[in-house]
Design a protein around this ligand. Sequence first.
Ligand SMILES: Nc1ncnc2c1ncn2[C@@H]1O[C@H](COP(=O)(O)OP(=O)(O)OP(=O)(O)O)[C@@H](O)[C@H]1O
Ligand SMILES: [Mg+2]
Length: 332
Amino acid sequence: MTHPEPETTPVLALEEVSKSFGAVRALRGVSLRLYAGEAHALAGENGAGKSTLIKALAGVHRPDAGTVLLDGAPVEFHGPADARDAGVAVIYQEPTLFPDLSVAENIFMGRQPRRSLNRVDHRAVKQAAADLFARLGVDLDPDQPARGLSIADQQLVEIAKALSFDARVLIMDEPTAALTGSEVARLFGVVKTLREQGAAVLFISHRLEEIFALCQRVTTLRDGALIGSEPLEGLTEDDLVRRMVGRDLDELYPKQETEAGEVALQVRRLTREGVFTDVSFEVRRGEIVGLAGLVGAGRSEVARAVFGVDRFDGGEVEVLGTRLKPGAPSVA
Ligand SMILES: Nc1ncnc2c1ncn2[C@@H]1O[C@H](COP(=O)(O)OP(=O)(O)OP(=O)(O)O)[C@@H](O)[C@H]1O
Ligand SMILES: [Mg+2]
């Protein structure tokens, strides 16, 4: 599939990159070009090679073959610090901040402005962090300890840190997997701001609607091979799924006729205070029951309580007629 790309030189690119782990060919001659001011999605099923591609871009893996190009010139990153110094920042799903340091200290770890006698200039550190948050348009307290920050806030601290290194490329490997709906919206606002300031963004998500909401271009991988790289405009979610799996959705999940049998799992008025209230449903043998709701609606919490990982305050769970004790995973 060929599609016109911007005529400018990509900020960061891979040309014909291959990477194997033993017998697994994780990337097979994959090319990808990231442009300033563009958010680029990387799509593909589990194991398609997305994280491997990111690690090749970020200096974590050395490609077996092919080239990484920075501003059109071949580069070799000998580790993540090399990539970072070249302006390539990776934001992971769960950042690893130092819990006992403040937000500002985390951002400027090891390179705080100093005053006479080599003392850290705490005021300057705090001000610099506040300036970064202002550029991102987020409201975070630079003095707050990193301990206790939500994952979403920790990611924003990482993004501020990337900005402090003048990152021109922001790479995000499934950053939204553990975020609530409003946190995703805030992150997308920040990414849009950075993009408008000229950053190139590479974004991985399993949620197609997020790809369409955030990105202008998409590259699809299947089994380590490049399927295509194209603008998202004019594509539908079905088009994208077809590229990812190589088949239509209804072939992928053919409707199966089954007979629902006796009630296997019965959940009655299950309540955990402040988390979920009066949840009742049943699952019969031979049946697949979906538990739907928005991010943050309490689906995982209900499942954890039903399984016995978390306690619940009211209601009951029965498996094949036997009532389970709350808060004890059972072998039923
Ligand atoms: N360090 C490694 N050692 C051995 N095999 C690996 C390693 N990293 C990845 N692989 C294999 O390479 C293939 C691609 O993995 P990769 O993690 O890049 O996929 P992915 O597209 O990110 O998948 P997911 O959506 O599950 O995160 C998989 O078969 C995986 O098992
Ligand atoms: Mg991955």
